[in-house]
Design a protein. Sequence first.
Length: 256
Amino acid sequence: MHVLEVPQWQGSGAPTARRLAEGAALLAGMVPYGTRLRVPVDEESSVDGIAASVRSMLPPGPVLTVGGDCSVDLVPVARAVSQYGARLKVFWFDAHGDLNTPESSPSGAFHGMVLRTLTGTGPASLVPDTLLDPERIVLAGVRDLDPGEQAYVASSGITHLRDTSGLESALAPGDVAYIHIDLDVLDPGVFSSVGTPAPGGLQPGELLDAVAAIASVAEVVGMAITEYEPSSAADQELLVPLVRGLTSAFAASKKS
Ligand SMILES: NC(=[NH2+])NCCC[C@H](N)C(=O)O
């Protein structure tokens, strides 16, 4: 297993986004195993340029990508789509849908467009060659959708599950899973080190149980943990066992 650290903040519109670089390093340091690779990011870097670096550095096989903002997952998910096609289910654990287009986005920030871009609508330079069928997407814990996103969810065939218990039933026999985690899926009352918090989120145990349930019925072919903006010692302490649990479930997932 490889751990790909992407200290990107350029996809986020949050005023505190610069903290994401430190968050990426802290998250990578919490992963108890794996070979760590770090994508170079600096003041001059663009989302396009970083995506190109991720593409050239992404090792074959299972990769845990740590952000950085949510859009660090563009290339890893796109690769899983091209490898697994209609067998792939993408579980998007997030407070947000990240389903805006450049036209519908209220912020203009790419991290709110990344999942929509994977389905084919987004900044032209970032749309992948092989598109993700919305019917292969499961939104988990998502509770803050902009109007354009609501309309897209209602018309596109995306599965939107507010209750994360039993979400593994979205998997058919033979399916494999990609698990994207934006830490703002957690309730801000228990974890608030994120740039775009939204009330009504999951407890850490609920997130872990849901991920473990997916990993017990399907091969997890990739995972990302994103959007950590370190701002308190208590949040950092909460993440240590959570990251260990999530990555252990990933490593131990059923092999198809
Ligand atoms: N991955 C995230 N934290 N996304 C936040 C997106 C917020 C808002 N929906 C936007 O598009 O600007």
